[in-house]
Design a protein around this ligand. Structure first.
Ligand code: CP
Ligand code: NVA
Length: 317
């Protein structure tokens, strides 16, 4: 696919990117193809977003998301602005409606990381430019796109594979359910009782899975989830905003560590993924995350390529 072809595809133009559940399987496939193409032919896309600006609101910490979005905009010929609510009027109570309307007069898209998914939906409702979800309590869709890209590169396909997610039923787990459902990849989630995924999000993903044939399973048994898996995925036990539960969670999640023993139940050529940041010795052992099945740095790199494809799609005129 050439830059001109992607730029002329206006089915994405002006849309928000809040959850993969809003996109069809064909659209997700198209974005992945575009990401692979952009990754391969970086220089062909150097001026595609010339003169365009992305406002990036970060209420929470970030390494990968911040750097990959900023570098991505630069590589596409555009510009990104880091906006901290600590320094913005929204942090002092300026209404979302005014923030959304005013930013829409300056920038071509808004990226936001905040806990409340409802706030992001409100921002998207009032903004006249695309709003990109860079992580809320509910979803992390940009991460899921990079995850799919990494799986395609390592496994050559998505449909029919089995991904096992072990740990907290959090934003990353929700986006993996949505991603699997949309591309026909089975997803088995093992969490401790009381830390399951959100029921309504599971139901929405389940509905999408009916179209693609993906099987989505929830269990409290990590071995059952990992059995014959092609991909093993985990994330921190205490997400941003839940740090005060860290001590309690260390106890509750102790049987949910991805370690050498657990991975024996997966296929022998499984890959290990983690959105990072990781806590070695907690949700994953150093042997696994630093071992030869791990693809976590490819996965982190793919944030850049996946997001460039998303930016190009939403911002193409
Ligand atoms: N995976 C991820 O979103 O990383 P950051 O929190 O560093 O952005
Ligand atoms: N679930 C984690 C992901 C960090 C990228 C969190 O929300 O903190």
């Amino acid at each position: 696919m050439k830059a001109t072809v992607i730029a002329k595809d206006q089915t994405f133009t002006g849309r928000d990117f809040l959850t993969l559940l809003d996109y069809t399987p064909a659209e997700i496939t198209k974005l992945l193809e575009s990401a692979l193409e952009i990754k391969k032919n970086k220089s062909a896309y150097a001026d595609t977003l010339k003169g365009q600006s992305l406002g990036m609101i970060f209420e929470n910490a970030s390494t990968r998301t911040r750097v990959s979005f900023e570098v991505g905009m630069t590589q596409l010929g555009g510009h990104a602005l880091f906006l901290s609510p600590r320094d913005m009027q929204i942090g002092r109570g300026e209404p979302v409606i005014d923030t959304a309307n005013v930013l829409s007069r300056y920038v071509d898209a808004i990226m936001i990381r905040t806990n409340s998914h409802e706030l992001v939906e409100e921002l998207a409702e009032y903004a006249s430019v695309p709003v990109i979800n860079a992580l809320t309590d509910n979803y992390h869709p940009c991460q899921a796109m990079a995850d799919l890209l990494t799986i395609v590169e390592h496994k050559g396909a998505l449909k029919g594979l089995k991904l096992a997610y072990i740990g907290d039923g959090n934003n990353v787990a929700h986006s993996l359910l949505a991603a699997g459902a949309k591309v026909g990849m089975d997803v088995s989630i093992a969490t401790p009782a009381g830390y399951e995924v959100n029921e309504s999000i599971f139901d929405k993903a389940q509905k999408a899975a009916e179209e693609t044939g993906a099987t989505l399973i929830q269990t409290t048994d990590p071995i059952e989830a990992v059995k014959d898996a092609d991909i093993i995925y985990t994330d921190v036990w205490a997400s941003m905003g839940y740090e005060q539960e860290q001590e309690e969670r260390l106890k509750q999640f102790s049987q949910f560590q991805v370690n050498e023993e657990l991975v024996k139940s997966a296929k022998s050529d499984f890959i290990f993924l983690h959105c990072l940041p990781a806590h070695r010795g907690e949700e994953v052992t150093a042997e696994v995350i630093d071992g030869h099945h791990s693809a976590v740095y490819d996965q982190a790199e793919n944030r850049l390529h996946a997001q460039k494809a998303i930016l190009l799609a939403l911002l193409s005129k």
